[in-house]
Ligand binder design. Structure first.
Ligand SMILES: NC(=O)c1ccc[n+]([C@@H]2O[C@H](COP(=O)([O-])OP(=O)(O)OC[C@H]3O[C@@H](n4cnc5c(N)ncnc54)[C@H](OP(=O)(O)O)[C@@H]3O)[C@@H](O)[C@H]2O)c1
Length: 253
Protein backbone atom coordinates (compact mmCIF):
# COMPACT_ATOMS: atom_id res chain seq x y z
CA UNK A 1 0.00 0.00 0.00
CA UNK A 2 1.44 3.40 -0.97
CA UNK A 3 1.93 5.76 1.95
CA UNK A 4 0.47 9.20 1.26
CA UNK A 5 2.18 12.02 3.15
CA UNK A 6 0.67 15.47 2.77
CA UNK A 7 3.23 18.19 2.13
CA UNK A 8 2.44 21.59 3.65
CA UNK A 9 3.01 24.40 1.18
CA UNK A 10 3.79 27.44 3.30
CA UNK A 11 4.69 30.88 2.01
CA UNK A 12 6.14 33.60 4.23
CA UNK A 13 6.10 37.27 3.23
CA UNK A 14 8.36 39.57 5.28
CA UNK A 15 11.63 37.90 6.28
CA UNK A 16 12.57 40.18 9.17
CA UNK A 17 12.99 39.36 12.85
CA UNK A 18 10.02 37.02 13.12
CA UNK A 19 9.51 35.88 9.52
CA UNK A 20 13.11 34.64 9.33
CA UNK A 21 12.63 32.57 12.49
CA UNK A 22 9.45 31.02 11.10
CA UNK A 23 11.16 30.17 7.80
CA UNK A 24 14.24 28.67 9.48
CA UNK A 25 12.13 26.46 11.72
CA UNK A 26 9.80 25.27 8.98
CA UNK A 27 12.68 24.64 6.58
CA UNK A 28 14.28 22.32 9.11
CA UNK A 29 11.12 20.22 9.28
CA UNK A 30 10.15 17.40 6.96
CA UNK A 31 7.06 17.58 4.79
CA UNK A 32 7.00 21.37 4.58
CA UNK A 33 7.70 23.24 1.36
CA UNK A 34 8.67 26.83 2.12
CA UNK A 35 8.67 29.75 -0.27
CA UNK A 36 9.55 33.23 0.97
CA UNK A 37 9.65 36.81 -0.18
CA UNK A 38 11.00 40.05 1.26
CA UNK A 39 11.52 43.21 -0.75
CA UNK A 40 14.95 43.43 0.91
CA UNK A 41 16.75 40.64 -0.88
CA UNK A 42 19.53 40.66 1.73
CA UNK A 43 17.03 39.33 4.29
CA UNK A 44 16.37 36.33 2.04
CA UNK A 45 20.06 35.79 1.33
CA UNK A 46 20.68 35.46 5.08
CA UNK A 47 18.65 32.24 4.98
CA UNK A 48 21.02 29.72 3.51
CA UNK A 49 18.82 26.63 3.53
CA UNK A 50 18.55 25.01 0.12
CA UNK A 51 15.12 23.80 1.14
CA UNK A 52 13.63 27.30 0.94
CA UNK A 53 12.57 28.82 -2.39
CA UNK A 54 13.20 32.56 -2.88
CA UNK A 55 10.35 34.21 -4.75
CA UNK A 56 10.52 37.42 -6.77
CA UNK A 57 7.27 38.87 -5.48
CA UNK A 58 4.57 38.53 -2.84
CA UNK A 59 2.20 37.44 -5.62
CA UNK A 60 4.50 34.53 -6.49
CA UNK A 61 4.43 33.39 -2.86
CA UNK A 62 0.64 33.55 -2.83
CA UNK A 63 0.40 31.49 -6.02
CA UNK A 64 2.80 28.80 -4.75
CA UNK A 65 1.36 28.32 -1.24
CA UNK A 66 -1.69 26.92 0.50
CA UNK A 67 -0.86 28.77 3.72
CA UNK A 68 0.45 32.33 3.46
CA UNK A 69 2.10 33.83 6.55
CA UNK A 70 2.07 37.63 6.61
CA UNK A 71 5.05 38.80 8.69
CA UNK A 72 5.25 42.52 7.92
CA UNK A 73 4.75 45.47 10.27
CA UNK A 74 1.11 46.26 11.13
CA UNK A 75 1.31 49.55 9.20
CA UNK A 76 2.42 47.59 6.10
CA UNK A 77 -0.45 45.10 6.22
CA UNK A 78 -3.14 47.12 4.34
CA UNK A 79 -0.94 47.38 1.30
CA UNK A 80 0.29 43.78 1.37
CA UNK A 81 -3.17 42.24 1.81
CA UNK A 82 -4.58 44.43 -0.96
CA UNK A 83 -1.71 43.29 -3.20
CA UNK A 84 -2.09 39.55 -2.68
CA UNK A 85 -5.81 39.42 -1.76
CA UNK A 86 -7.15 38.22 -5.13
CA UNK A 87 -4.42 35.56 -5.46
CA UNK A 88 -5.03 34.28 -1.91
CA UNK A 89 -8.56 33.27 -2.76
CA UNK A 90 -9.41 29.86 -1.22
CA UNK A 91 -6.16 29.86 0.78
CA UNK A 92 -5.28 30.36 4.44
CA UNK A 93 -3.85 33.76 5.39
CA UNK A 94 -2.03 33.74 8.73
CA UNK A 95 -1.10 37.15 10.10
CA UNK A 96 1.48 37.60 12.84
CA UNK A 97 1.07 41.39 12.88
CA UNK A 98 0.51 42.75 16.39
CA UNK A 99 -2.86 44.38 16.90
CA UNK A 100 -4.01 44.09 13.28
CA UNK A 101 -7.55 42.67 13.47
CA UNK A 102 -8.60 39.70 11.38
CA UNK A 103 -11.66 41.66 10.17
CA UNK A 104 -9.30 44.12 8.45
CA UNK A 105 -7.69 41.25 6.56
CA UNK A 106 -11.03 39.63 5.72
CA UNK A 107 -12.26 42.96 4.32
CA UNK A 108 -9.39 43.02 1.82
CA UNK A 109 -9.25 39.27 1.16
CA UNK A 110 -12.88 38.14 1.47
CA UNK A 111 -12.31 34.77 -0.17
CA UNK A 112 -9.47 33.66 2.11
CA UNK A 113 -9.59 31.82 5.42
CA UNK A 114 -8.06 34.28 7.90
CA UNK A 115 -6.10 33.42 11.05
CA UNK A 116 -4.05 35.39 13.51
CA UNK A 117 -0.98 33.91 15.13
CA UNK A 118 1.24 35.46 17.79
CA UNK A 119 4.58 33.95 18.60
CA UNK A 120 8.07 35.16 19.40
CA UNK A 121 11.68 34.71 18.38
CA UNK A 122 11.75 31.36 20.23
CA UNK A 123 9.74 29.89 17.34
CA UNK A 124 13.04 29.48 15.46
CA UNK A 125 13.81 26.59 17.85
CA UNK A 126 10.24 25.29 18.06
CA UNK A 127 9.77 26.64 21.59
CA UNK A 128 7.72 29.76 21.01
CA UNK A 129 4.37 30.04 22.65
CA UNK A 130 2.07 30.10 19.62
CA UNK A 131 -1.28 31.84 20.13
CA UNK A 132 -3.74 31.04 17.39
CA UNK A 133 -7.20 32.24 16.47
CA UNK A 134 -9.85 31.98 15.25
CA UNK A 135 -11.47 28.58 15.64
CA UNK A 136 -12.08 26.25 13.95
CA UNK A 137 -8.43 26.09 12.90
CA UNK A 138 -7.85 23.95 9.81
CA UNK A 139 -5.48 21.00 9.95
CA UNK A 140 -2.68 22.50 7.84
CA UNK A 141 -2.48 25.73 9.85
CA UNK A 142 -2.51 23.77 13.10
CA UNK A 143 0.20 21.47 11.82
CA UNK A 144 2.38 24.44 10.83
CA UNK A 145 1.79 26.18 14.20
CA UNK A 146 2.74 23.05 16.14
CA UNK A 147 6.12 23.01 14.45
CA UNK A 148 6.80 26.48 15.88
CA UNK A 149 6.02 25.71 19.51
CA UNK A 150 3.26 25.04 21.99
CA UNK A 151 -0.07 26.09 20.52
CA UNK A 152 -2.77 27.89 22.52
CA UNK A 153 -6.15 28.32 20.84
CA UNK A 154 -7.51 31.63 22.10
CA UNK A 155 -10.00 34.28 21.01
CA UNK A 156 -8.85 37.39 19.21
CA UNK A 157 -9.18 39.69 22.24
CA UNK A 158 -6.91 37.35 24.20
CA UNK A 159 -4.35 37.49 21.38
CA UNK A 160 -4.31 41.28 21.77
CA UNK A 161 -4.15 41.00 25.58
CA UNK A 162 -1.24 38.56 25.40
CA UNK A 163 0.70 40.15 22.53
CA UNK A 164 2.95 42.34 24.72
CA UNK A 165 3.75 39.27 26.84
CA UNK A 166 4.47 36.87 23.98
CA UNK A 167 5.93 39.29 21.43
CA UNK A 168 7.77 41.77 23.69
CA UNK A 169 8.38 39.25 26.49
CA UNK A 170 11.80 38.08 25.26
CA UNK A 171 13.02 41.70 25.24
CA UNK A 172 11.60 42.52 28.69
CA UNK A 173 12.92 39.28 30.18
CA UNK A 174 16.37 39.81 28.63
CA UNK A 175 16.39 43.38 29.97
CA UNK A 176 15.67 42.08 33.48
CA UNK A 177 18.17 39.24 33.19
CA UNK A 178 20.85 41.74 32.31
CA UNK A 179 20.47 43.26 35.78
CA UNK A 180 21.39 39.90 37.36
CA UNK A 181 24.38 39.62 35.09
CA UNK A 182 25.46 43.18 35.89
CA UNK A 183 25.47 42.41 39.60
CA UNK A 184 27.93 39.57 39.03
CA UNK A 185 30.12 41.69 36.78
CA UNK A 186 30.27 44.37 39.50
CA UNK A 187 31.38 41.60 41.83
CA UNK A 188 34.23 40.82 39.42
CA UNK A 189 32.84 37.95 37.32
CA UNK A 190 33.61 37.97 33.56
CA UNK A 191 30.58 39.20 31.55
CA UNK A 192 30.42 36.11 29.28
CA UNK A 193 30.42 33.73 32.23
CA UNK A 194 27.86 35.82 34.13
CA UNK A 195 25.57 35.94 31.05
CA UNK A 196 25.78 32.19 30.51
CA UNK A 197 24.99 31.41 34.12
CA UNK A 198 22.11 33.90 34.19
CA UNK A 199 20.68 32.30 31.02
CA UNK A 200 20.88 28.79 32.46
CA UNK A 201 19.28 30.08 35.68
CA UNK A 202 16.43 31.54 33.61
CA UNK A 203 16.06 28.23 31.76
CA UNK A 204 16.02 26.22 34.99
CA UNK A 205 13.49 28.63 36.54
CA UNK A 206 11.17 28.46 33.52
CA UNK A 207 11.47 24.66 33.41
CA UNK A 208 10.70 24.40 37.13
CA UNK A 209 7.72 26.77 36.80
CA UNK A 210 6.25 24.83 33.88
CA UNK A 211 6.86 21.37 35.38
CA UNK A 212 6.00 22.06 39.02
CA UNK A 213 3.02 24.32 38.41
CA UNK A 214 3.35 26.14 41.76
CA UNK A 215 3.06 29.56 40.15
CA UNK A 216 5.40 32.53 40.39
CA UNK A 217 4.55 33.24 44.03
CA UNK A 218 5.19 29.59 44.88
CA UNK A 219 8.74 29.83 43.55
CA UNK A 220 9.37 33.09 45.42
CA UNK A 221 8.12 31.49 48.66
CA UNK A 222 10.37 28.47 48.16
CA UNK A 223 13.53 30.51 47.49
CA UNK A 224 12.99 33.47 49.80
CA UNK A 225 13.70 31.90 53.20
CA UNK A 226 13.05 33.99 56.34
CA UNK A 227 15.72 36.62 57.05
CA UNK A 228 17.57 35.60 53.87
CA UNK A 229 19.06 37.70 51.09
CA UNK A 230 16.26 36.89 48.62
CA UNK A 231 13.34 38.11 50.77
CA UNK A 232 15.24 41.33 51.48
CA UNK A 233 15.83 41.87 47.76
CA UNK A 234 12.16 41.16 46.93
CA UNK A 235 11.06 43.57 49.68
CA UNK A 236 13.29 46.27 48.23
CA UNK A 237 11.94 45.70 44.70
CA UNK A 238 8.36 45.86 46.03
CA UNK A 239 9.15 49.10 47.87
CA UNK A 240 10.45 50.60 44.62
CA UNK A 241 7.26 49.54 42.81
CA UNK A 242 9.16 47.56 40.17
CA UNK A 243 6.21 45.27 39.28
CA UNK A 244 3.84 48.23 38.89
CA UNK A 245 6.36 50.04 36.71
CA UNK A 246 6.76 47.07 34.37
CA UNK A 247 2.99 46.62 34.05
CA UNK A 248 2.56 50.32 33.32
CA UNK A 249 5.35 50.24 30.75
CA UNK A 250 3.57 47.41 28.91
CA UNK A 251 0.26 49.26 29.16
CA UNK A 252 2.02 52.28 27.68
CA UNK A 253 0.95 54.48 30.63
N1 LIG B 1 9.92 41.03 16.14
C1 LIG B 1 9.28 40.20 16.95
O1 LIG B 1 9.85 39.63 17.88
C2 LIG B 1 7.81 39.93 16.73
C3 LIG B 1 7.13 39.04 17.58
C4 LIG B 1 5.80 38.76 17.34
C5 LIG B 1 5.13 39.37 16.28
N2 LIG B 1 5.78 40.27 15.49
C6 LIG B 1 5.05 40.89 14.38
O2 LIG B 1 5.65 40.43 13.20
C7 LIG B 1 5.59 41.45 12.18
C8 LIG B 1 6.99 41.66 11.61
O3 LIG B 1 7.83 42.16 12.63
P1 LIG B 1 9.41 42.14 12.42
O4 LIG B 1 10.01 42.64 13.69
O5 LIG B 1 9.82 40.81 11.91
O6 LIG B 1 9.53 43.25 11.28
P2 LIG B 1 10.74 43.52 10.27
O7 LIG B 1 12.01 42.99 10.89
O8 LIG B 1 10.63 44.94 9.86
O9 LIG B 1 10.42 42.57 9.02
C9 LIG B 1 9.43 42.86 8.07
C10 LIG B 1 10.06 42.74 6.70
O10 LIG B 1 9.02 42.72 5.72
C11 LIG B 1 9.38 43.58 4.65
N3 LIG B 1 8.18 44.01 3.94
C12 LIG B 1 7.27 44.95 4.29
N4 LIG B 1 6.28 45.03 3.41
C13 LIG B 1 6.55 44.13 2.44
C14 LIG B 1 5.90 43.75 1.23
N5 LIG B 1 4.75 44.32 0.85
N6 LIG B 1 6.47 42.78 0.49
C15 LIG B 1 7.64 42.21 0.86
N7 LIG B 1 8.31 42.53 1.99
C16 LIG B 1 7.77 43.48 2.78
C17 LIG B 1 10.09 44.71 5.35
O11 LIG B 1 10.80 45.51 4.44
P3 LIG B 1 11.10 47.08 4.81
O12 LIG B 1 12.10 47.04 5.92
O13 LIG B 1 11.61 47.63 3.52
O14 LIG B 1 9.80 47.68 5.25
C18 LIG B 1 10.96 43.93 6.33
O15 LIG B 1 12.15 43.46 5.71
C19 LIG B 1 5.03 42.70 12.84
O16 LIG B 1 3.71 42.89 12.44
C20 LIG B 1 5.10 42.41 14.34
O17 LIG B 1 4.01 42.97 15.03
C21 LIG B 1 7.10 40.55 15.68
Amino acid sequence: MALYIKVLKVGVIGIGNIGSGIVRRLAGNGNVQVVMYDRNRSNMKAIRSRRVVRADSAAEVADASDIIVLAVKPRQMDQLVAEIGPRASGKALVSVAAGYRSSEIAKRAPNSRVYRMMTNIGCEYGIGPVLLCCEPVEEGVMSMAKRLGRVFLVDEDSIDGLTPVVGSGPAIISYLLDSLSRFSVIKGVEKDLADEIVNITALSTATYLVKKGDGHEGVVAKVATPAGVTIKAIHRLDKEGVVGKIVEALLGI
